[in-house]
Design a protein around this ligand. Structure first.
Ligand code: IMP
Length: 511
């Protein structure tokens, strides 16, 4: 049922009512990332925020934004950059690992599209991703014996590891050539010892990769790294970014309680290296706690509202690791982790249907319908039904509210399944004080690979609900939708504040 679109003023009023008297709001994914944060951040920057900070992660994330009707993918700059001209400040916080080449590419894209970035700030104490980090990440991932995680190969883990090991570099080092040289040298001395154990041909291949600027940092099999070339290139980047490198922590502390700040999550709760489904996680704490630290806030109690995004009623995961509700199970996992991309999938499964009785084919069709291919890597995302035991494991405080996204994608799906609990299929195992035995029913997940890999989902099935993309209020939703929605809200103990029924800003219901 088509309704009159709300005006900007009406939508703004609704958001201000929802965030009444609030100054700091976080928007983050409650699942394994890719839940449509880009649209939500853009929407809140358009209607509400004065400052948007990306506090964690690196260019392993990617978000698609639409400029003059054209889609562009940014990797490190917050989605709010489109609102730069309107005075919205976009900042990259101290918890981010920054690969200068990725930032340079984002900036060039914006320049070409005529998008200004005068208000962009980069925290002087954000961490630097160096060529050696990308090399280490890719070496590890190319060795099946070392137990690969299916990382994005962007050097994220090694960069955070160096930071904790106190041998990492910070963004501010780009500004001082002597410091840069000294720190790079010290860091590489450490790496060269480790790299001497690896195949020189593999090292050469990776060092010549386009992510490593096609070999400009490669010195040959013995020395591997051309220190002068790295220093020169990184110093040039420093000159390019110079005016944007700022003390973001001090800025945030100064404006907290005075300006409306939005924290833009990267990845998702289940990928947090502290609270996620370890070991198949990223290397930052992408929960609200980690975001507060990465934004330079004193603690996460400073966040007034946490908008946890759930892609519903189909969720996704990229890379390896258990995914109990995966549609197509092990076959889907294998296919998606084989390097398959959209083109391969279109060629091989052109007729897959979202109502196929073959779950693998159904998964392929749902992925195609939702455009579930990595913005950063092009990888096929594994798709699965919404998992309430996992949702229950992540929502914690009264400040936690929910956003449901991509609700329109299931148009035409005859049966929608929701996982309300698991049956334990593993051997007798202990998880802290809990002892699990075969056949036990479990309603709250422990986001831990050894736990999730033994859980079989129990589904409640619902008839599908058709096209909802033009509906703009919960009251107008078809009864089939309302039935599933009420079930998920009640059983998942979530409190939705926003529903997204399409990519457009206006395809949004604010509750
Ligand atoms: P890394 O962050 O590249 O080290 O990858 C570690 C894991 O996190 C892999 O399973 C990746 O697929 C996953 N991951 C990292 N970034 C994203 C993201 O933005 N969306 C979804 N998954 C991600």
């Amino acid at each position: 049922m088509k309704r009159r679109e709300k005006t900007y003023g009406e939508m703004r009023e609704e958001v201000f009512r929802m965030l009444h008297d609030m100054y700091i709001v976080a928007a983050l994914c409650r699942q394994w990332g890719d839940s449509g944060k880009g649209k939500i951040v853009d929407l809140l920057a358009w209607l509400w925020a004065q400052v948007v900070i990306r506090p964690t992660g690196g260019h392993n994330a990617g978000h698609t934004i639409v400029v003059n009707g054209k889609q562009i993918i940014l990797h490190i700059i917050p989605s709010s950059i489109l609102h730069d001209k309107r005075g919205v400040v976009s900042a990259i916080g101290n918890g981010v690992v920054l690969y200068p080449k990725a930032l340079d590419e984002d900036l060039n894209l914006l320049k070409n599209e005529g998008v200004s970035f005068d208000k962009l700030m980069i925290a002087l104490n954000a961490k630097l991703i160096m060529p050696q980090h990308i090399l280490m990440d890719r070496i590890k991932e190319s060795d099946p014996k070392s137990g690969t995680l299916g990382t994005t190969g962007r050097g994220i883990g090694p960069a955070y590891t160096d930071d904790v090991a106190r041998i990492g570099l910070l963004v501010n080092d780009l500004l001082n050539k002597d410091v840069l040289y000294k720190k790079i040298k010290r860091n590489l001395d450490d790496k060269l010892k480790i790299l001497s154990f690896y195949d020189p041909a593999l090292i050469r291949k990776i060092m010549k990769h386009e992510h490593l600027e096609n070999g400009i940092y490669y010195k040959g099999p013995k020395k591997i790294f051309d220190v002068d070339a790295i220093v020169e290139r990184y110093y040039q980047y420093g000159k390019e970014f110079g005016g944007m490198i700022r003390d973001v922590d001090a800025f945030v502390q100064k404006i907290a309680g005075k300006k409306r700040i939005l924290l833009e999550g990267a990845q998702g709760d289940l990928l947090s290296f502290i609270h996620g489904s370890r070991p198949y996680v990223t290397s930052s704490d992408c929960t609200a706690q980690g975001m507060a630290m990465g934004a330079g806030l004193p603690n996460w109690e400073s966040i007034d509202m946490i908008l946890g995004i759930l892609k519903a009623f189909v969720m996704t995961r990229v890379g390896k690791g258990p995914f109990p509700t995966e549609i197509g199970g092990a076959r889907s996992d294998k296919w998606c982790n084989s390097g398959a991309d959209r083109e391969m999938e279109d060629l091989k499964y052109p007729h897959a249907s979202i109502n196929s009785s073959n779950p693998f084919q159904q998964g392929v069709a749902l992925r195609r319908k939702g455009g579930e291919y990595g913005a950063s890597t092009g990888r096929t995302r594994r798709v699965g039904w919404v998992d309430l035991p996992l949702a229950r494991s992540t929502s914690k405080t009264s400040r936690d509210k929910a956003i449901l996204t991509k609700l329109d994608v299931l148009d035409g799906c005859e049966t929608i399944k929701i996982c309300n609990e698991y049956i334990w299929k593993g051997p007798r195992m202990r998880f802290g004080e809990r002892i699990l035995r075969r056949g036990d029913r479990l309603s709250v997940a422990i986001p831990y690979a050894e736990f999730l890999s033994h859980c079989e989902p129990v589904y409640t099935e619902f008839p599908g609900y058709g096209d909802i993309s033009e509906i703009r209020s919960l009251d107008d939703m078809p009864k089939e939708f309302k039935r599933i929605y009420s079930y998920v809200v009640k059983k998942g103990k979530i409190d939705p504040k926003i529903l997204s029924v399409g990519a457009d800003r206006k395809a949004t219901i604010i509750l």
